[in-house]
Design a protein around this ligand. Structure first.
Ligand code: ADP
Ligand code: MG
Length: 235
């Protein structure tokens, strides 16, 4: 059974952090022990999604050898913890991502599921988590350009010896000319789920509360719980 998932995309701003937070929270609500990790070292922002203060110990301190994984682990709710990253440019400049393997191994032994929120693009700290995870969940909006950029993430995953679990389409509206299945077919990966455009997603970030808690019966929250079940078999 796969336990460590990297949530990755080619383009930024497509819903990776939203997906990380809500898949994790949905599984925690189902009784699984979950850790969500902000490995988007350059543009860290997971902490804000869950009302964590960014000035405490972070993954950057752990990677710099100045703290343990435990020191940077924060309980969010029953069954779920977060490991946030630092948000300053100085944090980033002083960090090398190599220590991430040890952090992931550490978490793997303590939790049922670990979700790595991966930075967009093709830099070193983006590629590393793709090979550390048991499976990579590709996130894209249905825009052709975003889907196209996903091909690079697939290629990088293969090059780093990782496996692709499939594609999640986010911020979908009524299907237009290209069907969601066709988009996944183009990438030759399974379609794991679709998350509809839902104003509550943005509102939940302002509220610092996961969407599946903020608006549990809304369309995107329902879709995230379905995705969690599809991905892991946990209902
Ligand atoms: P990434 O981590 O890939 O950069 P985010 O998860 O931060 O993307 O999402 C980018 C923006 O899109 C955020 O403002 C978020 O609230 C919004 N968003 C994400 N998913 C949805 C959705 N299903 N409906 C509406 N807005 C969304
Ligand atoms: Mg993000």
């Amino acid at each position: 059974n796969e336990t460590v998932y990297a949530i990755a995309s080619g383009k930024g701003g497509v819903g990776k952090t939203t997906t990380t937070v809500n898949l994790g929270t949905a599984l925690a609500e189902a009784g699984e022990r979950v850790a969500i990790v902000d490995t988007d070292l350059g543009m860290a922002n997971l902490a804000g999604f869950v009302s964590l203060s960014p000035d405490s110990t972070t993954l950057h301190d752990v990677l710099a050898g100045a703290a343990s994984t435990d020191d940077a682990t924060y309980q969010l709710a029953d069954n779920i913890v977060a490991i946030p990253s630092g948000t300053s440019l100085d944090d980033y400049a002083e960090t090398s991502p190599e220590g991430l393997r040890e952090v992931v191994d550490d978490l793997r032994s303590q939790f049922d599921y670990v979700f790595l929120d991966v930075g967009a693009g093709i830099s070193h700290e983006t590629v590393l988590p793709l090979g550390l995870a048991d499976a990579v969940v590709l996130v894209s909006t249905p825009e052709p350009a975003a889907v196209h950029d996903t091909t690079k993430t697939i290629e990088l995953t293969e090059r780093s010896g990782g496996d692709v679990a499939g594609l999640v389409l986010t911020r979908t509206r009524a299907e237009s000319d290209i069907s969601h299945d066709d988009l996944a077919d183009r990438l030759e990966v399974p379609l794991l789920g679709t998350i509809p455009e839902d104003a509550a997603a943005r509102e939940s970030v302002y509220a610092g509360t996961p969407l599946v808690v903020y608006d549990p019966d809304g369309p995107a929250a329902v879709a995230y719980r379905q995705l969690a079940a599809e991905l892991t078999g946990v209902a």
